[in-house]
Every structure is written in C-alpha cells, then in structure tokens.
Design a protein around this ligand. Sequence first.
Ligand code: SF4
Ligand code: SF4
Length: 258
Amino acid sequence: MDDIIMRLSKSPYAPVKMSLDSEFSFMCHRGLECFTECCGKIDIFLTPYDIVRLKRRLRTSSEEFISRYTTVAELKETRLPLLMLRMADNGRCPFVTEDGCTIYTDRPVVCRYYPIGFGLMKSNHIGEGDFFFPIKESFCLGYREEKRWTVRQWRLSQEINIYDDVNKFWFDIILSKKAMAPKLVPDEKSQRLFLLCSYDIDSFRRFVFESRFLKAYVVDTDTIKKIKEDEVELLKFGHRWLRGVLFGNPEYPKREQG
Ligand code: SF4
Ligand code: SF4
C-alpha cells in the first residue's frame, strides 16, 4: 500500500480494498430509519467540477460559494491546499433537510460515491489505479438491502464518469510525484494560483480575459474561442495551464519577450 497517496473519503474501519468489479449490497431510500444520518460530521473534499456545479445550482459566483461554504485543508501527502465543504454549526451538511439533500442532482463526487470511499494512486490517471473501500458506518442500514452492485455499476449509476472527465487534469496535478517532492513545497504564490485555477472559475475567467494573460501566453485561437464560450472548457484549460506553471514543460508557453 506504499504508493497509495490519498483517500478522499474516510472510513471508521480499516479499509478493505475493492476493485471496480468488487460487489456489495446497498440501497438507499427515504423509508430507512437512517435517512440523512450520513449527511453530517463528515469530511467532504470538493473537486473543481463539484464547485462549478454547486455555484451554478445556487446561482452564485465561485468566490461567494468558496467563502460561504468551504474550508481549506491540506492532505499530508501533498502540500497543495484542497477545499472541503464546511459543515453547519450543528455539524450537519448545509444542504441537508429532513426531506433529504436539497442539491441532490449536483451533489459532490464524495457524496456520489457514498457508501463507497475512494483513494487515488501516485502517478496514475484517475480511473486506472484508483482503489475503493466500503465505508460501512454502523448507522447506515442501506447495506442490509438486497440490491447488488459492482463498484463499476455504482459509479455509472452515480454519473461519476462525468466528474472524472472534467477533473482528470486536476487529478494529474495533485497526484503528480512532483507535487509530493519535498523540495517542491509550493510557496504562497503557487498555493494562491492553485486555489484560483482549481476552484475559483469566475476569478480565473477575469484573470484570463481581463488581464495581460493572453498577451503573455501562447494560446491558439480555437482554444480561446472554446474557453470563452464554455465554462467547463475554461476549467480544464486552467488545470492544463497550471500543470505547466507548477511543473514545467508548459502546454501554453510564455511568449518570447521582444
Ligand atoms: S442508507 Fe446509508 S446512505 Fe442512505 S440515508 Fe441511510 S445512512 Fe445515508
Ligand atoms: S451534499 Fe447532499 S448528499 Fe452530500 S452530505 Fe450534503 S445533503 Fe448529504
């Protein structure tokens, strides 16, 4: 297990490693006594696409969403700052009511995986070397239901593939061996840049289109058109650009001064 670098979900038990083909029984529905029990006192790491979906859902800006609903955490394996959903004062998720999740169709990827936790492996692209484990909290009655799933079927049913596709360049950054090299502890400026490109899409848009950015970096016209029209493309572009800034060998190099 040496090359496991991070788990983005927690389990109170020692993890049993599962693969995409591992099976489990589970069904969650509001008829269960434990309904919404799982929506409190949990660590929910947010991915960049989670924040785009949530800020759209709540009709707010990324800046406002981040300041109102998130806290910054640093996983010990990497020095890059990651955002987590901030629980309300009562320890519950800010989006849960007695009727369930109020943002269900845009819930974060960690909630989509539940009751499965997932971890990411060093130097792998997401989907190739990831591992999974049952979270199995004692209050969760969904495990007693008969419906059987493989992890692969569960991921598809929860539309996790869509999130993987948007987040893949970002996972490349946080999983990069370079991000974990002790000599490459990001300075404050790199940490700010990481937060901007990872999560704050509205500020990043201004950074690209309202500064000297497009004069300073070589970006082809097709890409400029695409990222102007499509926020998700802008997010993916930001991750590719950031990868070059943090680790070298940029896809979008700086223009020669002349
Ligand atoms: S079955 Fe598990 S996941 Fe579903 S509401 Fe109950 S505790 Fe939450
Ligand atoms: S986002 Fe929804 S599913 Fe996730 S913890 Fe909050 S209420 Fe529960």
